[in-house]
Design a protein around this ligand. Sequence first.
Ligand SMILES: NC(=O)C1=CN([C@@H]2O[C@H](COP(=O)(O)OP(=O)(O)OC[C@H]3O[C@@H](n4cnc5c(N)ncnc54)[C@H](OP(=O)(O)O)[C@@H]3O)[C@@H](O)[C@H]2O)C=CC1
Ligand SMILES: Cc1cn([C@H]2C[C@H](O)[C@@H](COP(=O)(O)OP(=O)(O)O[C@H]3O[C@@H](C)C(=O)[C@@H](O)[C@H]3O)O2)c(=O)[nH]c1=O
Ligand SMILES: [Mg+2]
Length: 294
Amino acid sequence: MTRILVIGKSGQMAQAFAGLGIDDLYCAGRDEADLLDPQSLEKALKYHRPKIIINAGAYTAVDRAESEPDICRALNVDGPRELAGLCNAYGVPLIHLSTDCVFDGRKPTPYLPSDVTCPMGVYGQSKLDGEEAVRSVAARSIIVRVSWIFSHLASNFVTTMLGLAGSRESISVVNDQFGCPTYAPALAEALVTISDCALTADFQDWGIYHLAGAGEIDRASMARLIFEVSARHDGPCAEVSGIPTRAYPTPAQRPLNARLDMSDTERVFSVSLPDWRLGLEETVRVLIEEFDTP
Ligand SMILES: NC(=O)C1=CN([C@@H]2O[C@H](COP(=O)(O)OP(=O)(O)OC[C@H]3O[C@@H](n4cnc5c(N)ncnc54)[C@H](OP(=O)(O)O)[C@@H]3O)[C@@H](O)[C@H]2O)C=CC1
Ligand SMILES: Cc1cn([C@H]2C[C@H](O)[C@@H](COP(=O)(O)OP(=O)(O)O[C@H]3O[C@@H](C)C(=O)[C@@H](O)[C@H]3O)O2)c(=O)[nH]c1=O
Ligand SMILES: [Mg+2]
C-alpha cells in the first residue's frame, strides 16, 4: 500500500525521500507519473491510491529557464495544475514544493509566507504561478517554500564548489546573497511529518508555509565553510574571494535576501530543521568518500 506518493524519482528531493526508507512511501519517476502527461498522473493515482501526494517534480534550472520559458512553465505551472485537479477529484491532499525565488529579496528581514511576492526571473515566476494554480484548484493543498537545497544526492552549490576546487586555486563567489541552506534528507523527513499532520482528521491549516535549514549565511561564507569541512576530510579546497552580485552576471537574477521565516511552520506542524551545518558535514564526508572510491 502507498501512503505517500512522491512525484519524482531521480531528482534531489525525490532521492532524499527514497533514502528515508519508509515502506509505504513511493517515488514515481516520469516514466510512471509524467507532469507533462495528465493521463499518466491519473493512472499513477489510480494504481497507488495514495493517502497524500508530495510533488517533488519541477524544472529547477534557474538560469536556463530564461531561454526555455515554455518547458519551465509546462513543468512548474501546467503540470502542478493538472496534478491538483486530479488530487481534488480523487480526494487526495497535495503537498507542493516552491521556492524563495518567488520574492525579489528587497525585504531586510526573513520573508513570511504572507509577504508580497515579486519574482525576478522565469523560474521564480513559474513557481509563483504554480503555487497559485495549485491553491486555486486543490481544496486541500500545502505549499512549502524551501531554499538553497544541498546534499550528496545531486548537483547543487556544495557539489559545484567542490568540483570547481578540483581545478582552481581561487573561486569568486557572491557575498551579498543571503539565505538558509537546507539539507535535503532533513527536509524530506520534515515533509513526511507535515504529511502525517495533514492526514489527521481535524487538520484545517491548508496554505503556504516556509521551511529551510536553521542558520543563515551568504554564498561566499557558505563556500568557505564547505572548504573548511573539505580540508578536514582531505578533500578539494580553494580560496574564496567575495564579490558583489553585480560582478557575477547570470541570465537570471536571484534574490539578495532569500531568508525564510519559519515560525508558522513551527507553530502549526511543530516542525523545524536542524542547523544546516550538520548536513554540510555529512554531505562533504560522503562526497569525498565517493571521490576516493575508484
Ligand atoms: N534545489 C533547490 O535548491 C531548491 C528546490 N526547490 C524546489 O524543490 C523541488 C524539488 O527540487 P529538486 O529536487 O532540487 O529538483 P531536481 O531538479 O533535482 O529534480 C527535479 C525532479 O523533477 C522531475 N521531473 C522532471 N520532468 C518531469 C516530468 N515531466 N514529470 C515528472 N517529473 C519530472 C525529475 O523526475 P525524474 O525523477 O523522473 O527524473 C526530478 O525528480 C522543486 O519544486 C523545486 O522548485 C525550492 C527551493 C530550492
Ligand atoms: C558557481 C558559482 C556561483 N556563484 C553564485 C551564482 C548564484 O548567485 C549563487 C548560487 O548559484 P547556484 O546556481 O548554485 O544556485 P541556484 O541554482 O541559483 O540555487 C537556487 O536553485 C533554485 C532551484 C531555488 O529554488 C533556490 O532556492 C536556489 O537554491 O552563487 C558564484 O558567485 N560563483 C560561482 O563560482
Ligand atoms: Mg542550480
